[in-house]
Design a protein around this ligand. Structure first.
Ligand SMILES: Nc1ncnc2c1ncn2[C@@H]1O[C@H](COP(=O)(O)OP(=O)(O)OP(=O)(O)O)[C@@H](O)[C@H]1O
Length: 635
């Protein structure tokens, strides 16, 4: 078959680079934040809103009652009226004292509940990505990092910011009405001198958000170098090669880049806010001079001057608070955009609108002219692979590093979609199936298998969660993978935690709090996890014995052979001795099927397989492969 010219004729468009959401307007973001808060805690949100209004009105009512009381005292009002005013002032004072505490509690509770819901939705969305592409896209990883950073708190902060604006706006509105009653010009003057703060703060907040996004890659690299310097996996090489200082310097260089950017924002904030503060102070002084002058000429009463002084201070501080809240809300909304981008990104692989059911495998799996590359600017990894894996047979895939073996099994699991060609499960394109159903029918050990910081039982049972409450099944899988005896020797057997990360300082020396397995032992656990998925239609084993000693490898391959009998399996291994009993051996080279057949057939054919096999066999015997070639099929 000829090489496809672009990323995608036919099915090609399926695996083009993922797009992460569309631009989202601020209003929509606000709506999303409010909806999250409304869903997570409607009652708390309601109470918080009422309290915001009440707290906003308290200073206005208090100032007006004070004015009435003072004017009443000066003008000789009745004792009863004065007492009513004093009682009103006391009640408002009490409300002013208590409401902020209740408001703070509501805010914290709202943040907790909204954060929980937002995190759940974020990871629901992440779990819904069926492919792997997004996790390899640096831009998406930045979005995800910022979404995780702010996803828990930003929706709540945005709503709280809006309530803060509502609270301050109530205060400003109330005092403006009061000022307007005293002198409309005074009100206008105060607003005009305070408004620039709003505009400036919004500008500053935009700049800060842009900076956070711009320094994202540098922060990621800093984290990467930092984790290398502190990870146990890297510690050996870091020390042996003496690269600690080199990595530290790179980490510091990244931090310095971030610091330069954030310092520039802080510096701008400093002088803008200083200028605004000076302007506000001048306006206050000017306003007070005018009020005192007006009182001296009898234009204002003593009470009026009190209201005016309170209003000037309150309007200025409330407008400054509004500016800060607008900035805070804007900042939270800008970061919320990353959360929404991840949540709204949609499927990363095309899904059939009406998926075909994935029935138990009967005939076999066929790859028909499969072409695949990881990105449009990458070379082809698979180039027109044609292959049939009959049901109930074992297929071994061999080939040199980078030949495309692991890629082939990743396509079988539909972690990626081929740009051209089809993979058929009993004649049905797996692209037309539900990926979850397809994967339910597959058991696998991947080359880069996982070790989880969980107990032994959990590490195995993750292969099939229904086994979590079934110790017998877990034990049987461990026995088959040859790790049962090791587990029995652990401090808490199958309940032993396979991590030293979660202990308290006081338990530091207690091995019962957790242990670390050797690489080979961990690999056996991964194998047990795959064996637990007994009865699945396809078993994939990508280098399942790479980390094992010779005896363990022999044992494991015997167990795998027994397990594979009558089952459809794909085994990738560089140890050719381990694959010779496969029903079909395929040699991949540069993304193409070079040879296929049984061990005997391929040895007799005298091609690449025979060359590789002879090379390994000679290596074991200690002489050169070209001195004594291995007789076909018998070595
Ligand atoms: N996630 C990825 N993104 C980009 N390129 C990749 C990715 N994974 C693999 N490749 C490239 O695809 C090619 C085939 O890789 P693959 O892992 O399939 O080879 P392999 O035959 O399994 O090799 P090995 O024997 O070393 O495990 C390599 O050139 C590799 O660099």
């Amino acid at each position: 078959m000829s090489e496809p010219s672009a990323a995608g004729p036919g099915t090609g468009g399926r695996s083009s680079a993922p797009s992460v959401g569309r631009p989202v307007s601020g209003v929509r973001l606000l709506g999303i934040a409010a909806t999250l808060a409304g869903r997570a805690c409607p009652l708390v949100l309601g109470v918080h809103t009422v309290l915001a209004l009440a707290v906003g009105l308290v200073p206005v009512i208090a100032a007006w009652l004070t004015k009435c009381l003072l004017d009443g005292l000066v003008n000789g009002a009745s004792r009863r009226d004065l007492l009513v005013l004093a009682a009103g002032l006391a009640a408002i004072g009490l409300l002013g004292r208590l409401a902020p505490h209740a408001s703070r509690y509501c805010k914290a509770e709202m943040n907790r509940r909204v954060g929980l819901l937002a995190q759940r939705r974020l990871f629901d969305a992440v779990n819904a990505y069926t492919g792997l592409r997004r996790f390899e896209d640096p831009r998406f990883l930045d979005e995800l990092r910022l979404a995780r950073q702010g996803g828990g708190s930003n929706p709540g902060q945005a709503v709280d910011g809006i309530l803060g604006i509502l609270r301050s706006a109530t205060t400003v509105g109330g005092f403006l009405v009061a000022l307007w009653l005293l002198s409309p010009w005074a009100g206008a003057f105060i607003v005009m001198t305070s408004a620039p703060a709003l505009v400036a703060e919004i500008g500053l907040s935009r700049r800060r958000a842009r900076t956070i996004w711009r320094v994202g890659p540098a922060e990621r690299r800093e984290l990467f170098y930092g984790s290398l310097l502190s990870s146990v996996q890297a510690a050996k090489e870091v020390r042996l090669f003496g690269i600690g200082d080199f990595l530290r310097d790179r980490m510091i260089a990244e931090r310095s880049t971030v610091n330069v950017a954030s310092r520039a924002v802080d510096w701008r904030e400093l002088w803008v806010q200083t200028a605004l503060g000076a302007l506000a102070a001048l306006a206050t002084a000017g306003g007070l001079l005018w009020a005192v002058g007006a009182a001296a000429t009898g234009m204002l009463t003593v009470g009026d001057v009190t209201v005016f002084a309170a209003a000037v201070a309150a309007v200025q501080s409330s407008l400054a608070t509004i500016a800060a809240d607008v900035a805070r809300t804007h900042h939270a909304l800008v970061l919320l955009r990353h959360y929404v981008a991840v949540v709204d990104a949609g499927p990363d692989l095309p899904r059939s609108a009406s998926p075909r059911p994935t029935a138990a495998l009967r005939r076999g799996i066929e790859l028909r002219d499969v072409w695949f590359r990881y990105a449009p600017d990458h070379p082809w990894t698979l180039r027109g692979v044609d292959l049939f894996i009959p049901h109930g047979t074992s297929l071994a895939v061999v080939g040199r590093n980078g030949a495309g073996k692991s890629t082939l099994v990743k396509l079988l699991c539909r972690f990626y979609a081929p740009q051209r060609g089809r993979i058929l499960w009993d004649g049905v394109d797996i692209a037309d199936m539900c990926p979850e159903e397809l994967r339910h029918r597959i058991g696998a050990v991947f080359q880069d298998f996982m070790s989880y910081d969980l107990t032994v039982t959990e590490n195995i049972a993750l292969g099939d969660l229904s086994a979590l409450g079934d110790p017998e099944r877990v034990r049987a899988a461990a026995l088959r993978a040859g790790v049962h005896d090791t587990v029995c020797g652990l401090p808490r057997g199958y309940d032993t935690l396979l991590s030293r990360s979660f202990f308290l300082e006081s338990d530091k020396k207690d091995p019962e709090t957790g242990i670390v397995l050797s690489g080979g032992q961990a690999q056996r656990l991964a194998l047990a996890r795959a064996f637990l998925r007994d009865g699945r239609d396809l078993l994939i084993l990508d280098e399942p014995s790479a980390g094992l000693d010779a005896e363990a490898e022999h044992e494991i391959h015997t167990a795998i052979r027994t397990h594979r009998v009558g089952r459809t399996s794909v085994l990738i291994s560089h140890r050719l001795g381990a694959v010779r009993e496969a029903d079909l051996i395929v040699v991949l080279s540069e993304g193409r099927v070079r040879e296929q057949g049984t061990h005997d057939g391929l040895m007799a054919a005298g091609g690449e397989y025979r060359r590789l096999f002879s090379l390994q066999a000679a290596g074991y015997r200690g002489h050169r492969s070209d001195e004594q070639p291995v007789p076909g099929g018998t070595s």
